[in-house]
Ligand binder design. Sequence first.
Ligand code: HEC
Length: 130
Amino acid sequence: MLITVRPSAARGSACVALAFLALLSGCADEGEPVRVDGGDAAAGKRLVAHYQCGACHAIPGIPGATGDAGPALDTMGRLSYIAGGIPNNPAQMIAFLRDPPALKPGTSMPALGLTEQEARHMAAYLYTLR
Ligand code: HEC
């Protein structure tokens, strides 16, 4: 009798095995991104492109986002602090994105006139970067 293994089934079980190994090795922060109530990461990604945050930031996944005036945002979802000293949680992230100098006097990131909802979507997107 001939036993065949469908390639797709083999790939599926390899993924399960990898996920299990990740659990064993204690990659706790590899779980779900921080949840932002009312924030839509896909909308946030479009807004980040629209507002050209990439003029100052390197952001993986946003075409042309290679700026270096500000820090790269590729690990924003797992940093403990925003801009070096502001606790990284959704409320603070939204406030920072709307008015950086209000949270960090003297910072060179300008307020870009974001609405609360726009900043909320962007925060949801930024937390997927890690
Ligand atoms: C004119 C340049 C400029 C633009 C445009 C800009 N930023 Fe920034 N951004 C900065 C600088 C500079 C910092 C570092 C601030 C500090 O530490 O004082 C920063 C910091 C940040 C941080 C914190 C990064 C970290 O590692 O802690 C986030 C998040 C961020 N910006 C998101 C955005 C988003 C989203 C946009 C678009 C809406 C944007 N920025 C537009 C210059 C800019």
